[in-house]
Design a protein around this ligand. Structure first.
Ligand code: THU
Length: 157
C-alpha cells in the first residue's frame, strides 16, 4: 500500500480588478450572458462566456424548464453552442458568474459535476486544457488552469 497525495492548484484574486484586460472583458461577457438566463424556478441566474482561439466569444446561460431535469446549466449551454457553431476552434478560457440567493456569500461558484464532465470532454476533444475562471459570491475570483484541477480522475483518465 502507498499513500498518494494529489495536488490541486488554482489562483485566487481578491477581485475582478486584479485580472488582465482580456479576463475582465470575458467576465463582462459572462455577465451579459447571465442577463439572458431563464431561471424562473431557481431564481439563480448563471452566465458563462467562452473565449475561442480565434477571439470569438460564445455565451451561455442557464435555461430552466418546468420539468426540472430538462433544463441546462450555463456552462454546458455555452460549450455546446461553441461545439455546434465553431467545431475545431479551440476553447482558450471560460468565465462563469451567477446571481441569486441559492448560494451563501461564502460559497464557491463551483460548476456542477455534469458541467465538469462536459468541460473534460471539450478538453480531450481539443487535446489542450482551457482556463476556467469563477467569480465567487464574495467577489473573489478563482482561476483553474484546466479541468484536471476541478475533476481529477475523470472517467477515461
Ligand atoms: N446552474 C448552472 O447554470 N451552472 C452550474 O454549474 C450549477 C447550476 C444552474 C442550474 C439551475 O438552472 C440553477 O443554476 C440552479 O441550480
Amino acid at each position: 500500500m502507498k499513500q498518494i497525495n494529489h495536488i490541486i492548484s488554482y489562483s485566487v484574486f481578491e477581485n475582478e480588478a486584479e485580472l488582465s484586460e482580456v479576463d475582465i472583458s470575458l467576465f463582462k461577457s459572462a455577465k451579459s450572458a447571465m442577463a439572458k438566463a431563464y431561471a424562473p424556478y431557481s431564481k439563480f441566474s448563471v452566465g458563462a462566456a467562452v473565449l475561442l482561439e480565434d477571439g470569438t466569444v460564445v455565451l451561455g446561460s442557464n435555461q430552466e424548464n418546468i420539468a426540472y431535469p430538462s433544463g441546462l446549466c450555463s456552462e454546458r449551454t455555452a460549450l455546446f453552442a461553441a461545439g455546434s457553431n465553431y467545431p475545431g476552434i479551440k476553447v482558450i478560457k471560460m468565465a462563469i458568474v451567477a446571481n441569486g440567493d441559492l448560494l451563501p456569500k461564502t460559497a464557491v461558484l463551483s460548476p456542477c459535476g455534469a458541467c465538469r464532465q462536459v468541460m473534460a470532454e471539450t478538453t480531450s476533444r481539443q487535446q489542450v486544457p482551457f482556463e476556467i475562471m469563477l467569480l465567487n459570491p464574495d467577489g473573489t475570483v478563482m482561476v483553474f488552469d484546466g479541468i484536471q484541477d476541478l475533476l481529477p480522475f475523470v472517467f477515461g483518465s
